[in-house]
Design a protein around this ligand. Sequence first.
Ligand code: TYD
Length: 211
Amino acid sequence: MKRGKFIAFEGGEGAGKSTQARLLADALAARGIACVVTREPGGTPGAEAIRTLLLRTAGEGWHPRAEALLFAAARSDHVERLILPALEAGKWVICDRFVDSSRAYQGGAGGLGDAEVMALHRAGSAGLLPDLTLLIEVSPETATARAAARDGDMADRIGGRNAAYHARVAGAFADLAAAEPVRFARISGDETADVVHRHVLAALAPLLGAA
Ligand code: TYD
């Protein structure tokens, strides 16, 4: 059985990752490629329970180090129970956020540093990385407008952090993509969903050719 490909969508709030993940799954299905669409934090019952702990906790919330550990724990369950079995069964896995979100949010914007986040990832998930990471980048104006249309004043604990935090997230993602230009494809999310989807398919062409 040929191992499936592991594709992650990354980016800040309101980038349109979930829409693009669905469009890609449909396009792959139309090519006869079986795929699983999943998200982080979440994807398994345990990881979904941790998601609630992370995003809906009352009071002062988690210390940055505890927050990073919880994301890594959720990811570990997700990798062991869903992602690796699907890849080994020959399916493609499309994941809405993966470890690069921890690197950008907790490592970069949160100040923990990349080495700490990657150490947790090695312990939790044997350092698994996607075959391709699609970074959808939008202007701060687009992100704010889309997040407000979706969440109103119900943003979650992390989405609701201030503009400076989200600017650091965007900068950290850009740095990660620049450091690994082969694994990352940077795509502008300011266009319509159809146009962005075409750019996603273009970025995937080398993997599709090999499928
Ligand atoms: P979600 O609603 O899934 O994301 P989006 O706003 O992209 O639709 O919320 C997940 C939140 O968790 C989002 O604010 C990003 C944050 N997050 C981290 O801080 N670290 C991580 O490792 C992951 C996976 C998400």
